[in-house]
Design a protein around this ligand. Structure first.
Ligand code: SF4
Ligand code: SF4
Length: 432
């Protein structure tokens, strides 16, 4: 029987109404010098150097962009080591021992609203570049490149859909600090001279809509509205959000800015607010620790560079009766499985999920067609898997594997429990 999966259980109730824990004092942070986007770097500090919070320590090189590397605590450089990055690769990190003084670097200074209001696009873009602000929803794409577009932008969309199950950190961020989100949106609209702002949220998140509707009253002079969207997966995929919030269908392979729109997720908007208001780089982020094998699921505001192991301890550890543990960084649909918890938190780490392992035996495909029917980009997962197994690059191209957004729906719906999304990733890699 064909199953069209568009509804996935959200499992957010355990964490979304709990206050966010502020964890500011890890003994050490491990700041990644490399990332999945940046293989090369230069470093200007050495063992024994004292650093302040928000101090530049070097620069990552992403080929078409460079990105300052910041210290996220004050303390002493203890040395260098390799740690696992949430993308699943080992990266070089600088170790900083915390002095628990939170001594800010001199560059971290407040900018009055009256000054921000007069900033030009060029000045805003430069602040966002210098503070290394990137897409915090997972993409890690430098936000300054998006803002520096020469296209006419009519609408900025803040994506508050957070459609991955178990994740509720964006939800909490809006509930706790709605003003930051509205101000961040205002600054983005100012930078790209957009006439309209839209905050897209699932219509089922009624408490959040109440908060947003209260806050919107304070921004009546701006043309901002709330788009209440249906609750299905992957509603938070940018193109789906644009289609439903604006009625604009963006073809695969086309950038939203070609259609006069730009999208930012909630955490990125908050980071843009902090960059402009306080000249702060991304030194911390909100993330969710959740899953059936952790003792105390919660949202935590952590310093970038904190070790996932520390977050597990902070959440009362793994459940003792859990037999085998699956650790995922990112959402359950799109995240990456980790072989252990010695993983560093980077700006794009949205969550740490811990599940009791389920032993799934993959069974042969029964040609039910559910994966094809469910795919939001209308490609054919089962045929792509078969093409990959045959090492048939031509077929992979013809089947447009590169359109895959790795949403995980095909694997979720597969009656034979085949890890189809893994095949999509491998197929893309094979094409290079
Ligand atoms: S993971 Fe890729 S192939 Fe599978 S449903 Fe999502 S977009 Fe389609
Ligand atoms: S791969 Fe899975 S979902 Fe797709 S046709 Fe085969 S059994 Fe059905």
């Amino acid at each position: 029987m064909i199953t069209k999966a568009r509804k996935v259980a959200d499992y957010k109730q355990l964490t979304k109404e709990l206050p966010t824990l502020r964890y500011v004092d890890p003994e050490r942070v491990y700041i990644n010098l490399q990332s999945d986007r940046c293989k090369n770097y230069t470093i200007d500090v050495e063992k024994g150097d004292k650093v302040k919070l928000g101090q530049i320590m070097g620069e990552r090189d992403g080929g078409f962009f460079k990105q300052p590397i910041y210290s996220t605590i004050s303390g002493e450089v203890e040395g260098f080591t390799k740690k696992m990055h949430p993308s699943g690769i080992e990266v070089e990190c600088v170790i900083i021992r915390n002095d628990f003084n939170d001594e800010y670097h001199e560059n971290i200074t407040d900018r009055p609203e009256s000054v921000i209001e007069k900033m030009s696009k060029k000045e805003i873009v430069e602040v966002i570049r210098r503070t290394a602000t990137v897409g915090l929803g997972g993409s890690g794409f430098p936000s300054y490149i998006k803002l520096d577009t020469d296209k006419d932008i009519h609408t900025v969309v803040i994506n508050a859909v957070e459609c991955e199950p178990y994740l509720s950190s964006d939800y909490r961020l809006i509930k706790d600090s709605p003003d930051e989100i509205f101000k961040g949106l205002k600054y983005i609209m100012q930078a790209v001279d957009a006439e309209k702002g839209v905050i897209a949220v699932k219509k089922t998140k009624t408490e959040l809509i109440e908060v947003l509707e209260r806050e919107i009253e304070r921004y009546r002079n701006l043309n901002i509205r709330i788009a209440k969207l249906d609750d299905y997966y992957p509603q938070g995929w940018e193109n789906e959000t644009f289609k439903n919030a604006l009625g604009i269908k963006i073809p695969a392979g086309t950038l939203p800015m070609e259609y006069g729109v730009l999208g930012f997720n909630v955490s990125t908007t908050s980071a843009i607010f902090e960059a402009l208001k306080h000249n702060l780089p991304i030194t911390k982020r909100h993330l969710t620790v959740n899953g059936d094998a952790i003792n105390f699921p919660q949202n935590i505001r952590v310093r970038v560079g904190t070790c996932v192991k520390d977050l597990i301890k902070l959440s009362d550890g793994y459940k003792k009766d859990a037999k085998l543990i699956d650790l995922i960084v990112g959402g359950p649909m799109m995240g990456t499985s980790m072989p252990h918890d010695d993983v560093v938190v980077v700006p794009t780490t949205t969550s740490v999920l811990v599940f009791e392992s389920q032993e799934f035996e993959e069974e042969p495909c029964v040609r039910c067609g559910s994966c094809i029917y469910s795919c939001p980009v209308e490609i054919q997962p089962v045929n792509i898997m078969n093409a990959f197994k045959r090492n048939d690059k031509k077929a992979l191209e013809d089947l447009e594997v590169n359109k895959c957004i790795e949403c995980g729906l095909c694997a979720y719906v597969c009656t034979s429990k085949i890890h189809l999304t893994d095949y999509m990733r491998k197929g893309k890699k094979l094409l290079g």
